[in-house]
Design a protein around this ligand. Structure first.
Ligand code: SF4
Ligand code: SF4
Length: 152
C-alpha cells in the first residue's frame, strides 16, 4: 500500500512539470553548434589527396580527379601541375559519422555541420555529391573554420 501511494505521489508531481521532449518537426531542436549532423566540403581546399577516402572505415567516400598543367608564372620558369576535383561523393547510407575523414584531412577541406534533416525515402538519394556537400558549408560554425576562412 505504501509503495502504491508513493507511486501515485510521484505521478502527481510529474504531471505538474513541463515536458522535456520537443514536438519535432513542429518545434526545431536547439542543438549545440558543433553537432555532428552532416559533413560539409570546402571544395577549394581539397587537393584530391585521397587520404580521407583511404582512411574511411566504411569506404563510403568516392573521389575522382584529373591533373591540369598551369603555365610557368615567370619566363624560364617551370610549368606546374595540380589536381582538379571531378567527383567527391559521400554515401550517408553507409557513413557511421566517426569523423575520421575530417580529422585526417590535412588541408581543412572537411567540416562537421549541424544539419540533420536530410532523410530520404529512397536510399540512393543519401549519396551526396560535392555540390550538395558544399551547400552545408553555410552551416559550419565560424569557430570550426580555419583562420583564413573566418569572416573578418
Ligand atoms: S565520418 Fe567516418 S564513416 Fe563517415 S565518411 Fe567520414 S570516415 Fe567515413
Ligand atoms: S577532403 Fe581532404 S583528405 Fe580528402 S581528398 Fe580532399 S584534401 Fe584530401
Amino acid at each position: 500500500m505504501t509503495g502504491l501511494l508513493r507511486g501515485l505521489a510521484t505521478t502527481g508531481r510529474t504531471l505538474t512539470r513541463r515536458a522535456h521532449t520537443a514536438r519535432y518537426p513542429h518545434t526545431e531542436p536547439e542543438l549545440p553548434e558543433r553537432s555532428r549532423g552532416v559533413i560539409a566540403l570546402l571544395e577549394d581546399n581539397c587537393t584530391s589527396c585521397m587520404l580521407c577516402a583511404r582512411e574511411c572505415p566504411d569506404w563510403c567516400i568516392t573521389i575522382d580527379s584529373h591533373k591540369e598543367t598551369l603555365p610557368a608564372e615567370t619566363e624560364g620558369g617551370r610549368e606546374r601541375s595540380h589536381n582538379v576535383l571531378d567527383r567527391f561523393d559521400i554515401d550517408f547510407s553507409l557513413c557511421m559519422y566517426c569523423g575520421i575523414c575530417i580529422e585526417v584531412c590535412p588541408f581543412d577541406a572537411l567540416f562537421w555541420a549541424p544539419d540533420f534533416a536530410y532523410a530520404e525515402g529512397d536510399i540512393r538519394n543519401l549519396l551526396h555529391d560535392k555540390e550538395r556537400l558544399g551547400t552545408f558549408m553555410d552551416s559550419v560554425p565560424k569557430s570550426a573554420l580555419p583562420a583564413t576562412e573566418e569572416e573578418p
